[in-house]
Design a protein around this ligand. Structure first.
Ligand SMILES: Cc1cc2nc3c(=O)[nH]c(=O)nc-3n(C[C@H](O)[C@H](O)[C@H](O)COP(=O)(O)OP(=O)(O)OC[C@H]3O[C@@H](n4cnc5c(N)ncnc54)[C@H](O)[C@@H]3O)c2cc1C
Length: 403
C-alpha cells in the first residue's frame, strides 16, 4: 500500500480531504499531520479578532474531516525532510516515510524581540490565538488612567484588517478606556495591490477609527516604548526548516526558502513532493502570499495527487495550475463594513461585509464533515524515534458524506 502524507492543515489540504470524502483512493494510506487540530480560515481571522466570530467558528476541524476522508490525522510538525530517502523527521523525534508528500504548511513571521510592548505576530495563527487571549485578559484589568496604544507593523491587508479589528474589540469591551491605533509601513502607500478607489476607502476607514499612519517607517525602539501591543504583519517568511539547507535536504527552494514548484504544483527537484499555498514558490510567476491562491490550488492538487498515486506518474496525467490574474479582495474594516477590490474596481459599504460574511461562512460549511468521531479524539503525536504506523489507527471511513 502506498502512503500519501499531507503535511500541514492548510487550505489546499482541506480541499484535498473534501475530494477524498467524495471519491476515496483505494490502496492509498493517507496521513495528515499538523501541530493543531483546528485550522483557522484566514479570511475570517479579522472577524474573529473584532469579536464577530468565535475562534472555533472560523476554523476547519481537521481530525473529523480527515476521518471522513478515510485518512488519519496526527498531531505533528515537520522538523526536517530527507527527500532522497522520502522521509520526514517530526519535531518529537519520530520519522515518517512517504511515497508521495504534499506540503501545505503556510508561512511564518519572525518579529524582533520587544522589551516594552506585547508582541502579537499574525502568523502562525495558533500562536496569535494564544497571545490575543492574553492581550484580552490583560485588557480586562488594564487601569484606565492613560490611553492604550496598539500599533500594527506592515502596510498590507493583514496589518490593516487586524489593527481595525483589534481596535473595535478593545473599544467594545472597555468603552470607558481610550485606545489609540497606529499603522507603520516602510512603503509610501498602503495596500499597494488594491484598486485606487479601494485604497481611498481604506484611508477613510483608518480615519474613522482614529488611526495615525506613518509611511516610510519600520520597527524601532521608540515604537516599542510608545506601544502597549504590536501587531506584527510584515511579509510572509518561510518556516525555519525550509530556510535551513541541512533540515530541508536537497529540496529545491527559492532565495527565501519557499519550495520551488512547477506548474503542476510539484517540487522542481523531487517529483514525489508537491507544495501549495504560502510555503510554495510557483515557477510561472511570483504569486502574492494569499489564501486565495492556496484555495485555487486545492482542486488541482487533489487531482494531481490522485494521478501521482494511482497511475505511474506520467507528466501528461497531471493538471496545470493557472492562477487568476485578478481576484476579489474583501477587507473587513471592523465596523460592520468591508472594502471590495478587484482589478481596477473598488467600493465599500455594509453590503460588502455581508457579502464577505456569506462567502466565508459558505466556504467553511463545506468542511463540516461527519462528526461520528469526537472532535480532537485523534491520535497523539507519534512514537518517539521510530516510524509511525498510521495503518494501525486509521479511523473507519464514514459512509455518510457531509457535502
Ligand atoms: C490576519 C490575516 C488575514 C488574512 N486575510 C486574508 C484574506 O482575507 N484573503 C486572503 O486571500 N489571504 C489572507 N491572508 C493570508 C492568508 O492567511 C495566507 O495566505 C493563507 O492562510 C495561506 O494558506 P496556506 O494554505 O498556504 O497555509 P495556512 O492556512 O497558513 O496553513 C498552514 C498549516 O500548516 C501547519 N504547519 C505549519 N508548520 C508546520 C510544520 N512544520 N509541520 C506540519 N504542519 C505545519 C499550520 O499549523 C497550518 O495548519 C491573511 C493573513 C492574515 C495573517
Amino acid at each position: 500500500m502506498k502512503r500519501l502524507v499531507l503535511a500541514g492543515a492548510g487550505h489546499a489540504h482541506a480541499l484535498v480531504l473534501r475530494a477524498l470524502v467524495r471519491q476515496p483512493m483505494p490502496g492509498v494510506e493517507v496521513v495528515v499531520i499538523s501541530p493543531e487540530p483546528l485550522a483557522p480560515y484566514s479570511g475570517m481571522v479579522p472577524g474573529w479578532l473584532s469579536g464577530h466570530y468565535r475562534f472555533d467558528e472560523i476554523a476547519i476541524d481537521f481530525p473529523p474531516l480527515a476521518a471522513a476522508a478515510g485518512a488519519r490525522w496526527c498531531r505533528g510538525e515537520i522538523h526536517a525532510l530527507d527527500p532522497a530517502r522520502r522521509q520526514l523527521r517530526l519535531a518529537d523525534g519520530s520519522t515518517l516515510d512517504y511515497d508521495v508528500l504534499s506540503l501545505n504548511v503556510g508561512s511564518t513571521l519572525q518579529p524582533p524581540p520587544a522589551e516594552h510592548a506585547q508582541m502579537l505576530p499574525l502568523r502562525p495563527l495558533a500562536m496569535l490565538h494564544r497571545r490575543y487571549e492574553k492581550l484580552l485578559e490583560r485588557w480586562a484589568r488594564e487601569p484606565a488612567d492613560r490611553p492604550f496604544v496598539v500599533s500594527a507593523v506592515g502596510g498590507g491587508a493583514a496589518g490593516f484588517e487586524a489593527l481595525l479589528a483589534v481596535l473595535t474589540r478593545l473599544r467594545a469591551l472597555r468603552p470607558d478606556h481610550t485606545v489609540h491605533g497606529s499603522l507603520l509601513t516602510r512603503g509610501t502607500r498602503l495596500l499597494p495591490g488594491l484598486a485606487p478607489a479601494a485604497r481611498r476607502a481604506a484611508q477613510r476607514a483608518l480615519d474613522r477609527a482614529g488611526v495615525t499612519v506613518q509611511f516610510g517607517s519600520g520597527w524601532c525602539t521608540s515604537v516599542d516604548r510608545s506601544s502597549d501591543a504590536v501587531l506584527w504583519a510584515t511579509g510572509a517568511e518561510a518556516h525555519a526548516w525550509q530556510r535551513d539547507p541541512v533540515r530541508r535536504g536537497s529540496l529545491a527552494v527559492d532565495e527565501q526558502g519557499f519550495v520551488r514548484i512547477d506548474e503542476q504544483l510539484r517540487s522542481v527537484s523531487h517529483p514525489q513532493v508537491f507544495a501549495t499555498g504560502d510555503c510554495a514558490s510557483w515557477s510561472g510567476q511570483a504569486l502574492p502570499k494569499a489564501g486565495v491562491h492556496a484555495v485555487r490550488m486545492g482542486p488541482v492538487l487533489a487531482s494531481n495527487l490522485r494521478a501521482a498515486l494511482t497511475v505511474p506518474a506520467a507528466a501528461g496525467d497531471l493538471r496545470v495550475h493557472r492562477p487568476q490574474r485578478h481576484f476579489l479582495a474583501l477587507l473587513a474594516t471592523g465596523d460592520g463594513r468591508a472594502i471590495a477590490s478587484r482589478g481596477p474596481f473598488g467600493a465599500e459599504g455594509a453590503w460588502a461585509w455581508r457579502w464577505k460574511d456569506r462567502i466565508d461562512r459558505h466556504f467553511l460549511q463545506q468542511f463540516v464533515a461527519t462528526q461520528a468521531t469526537p472532535p480532537h479524539a485523534s491520535q497523539p503525536a507519534s512514537q518517539p524515534a521510530k516510524s509511525l504506523n498510521p495503518l494501525a489507527e486509521v479511523s473507519a471511513r464514514h459512509s455518510g458524506e457531509s457535502q
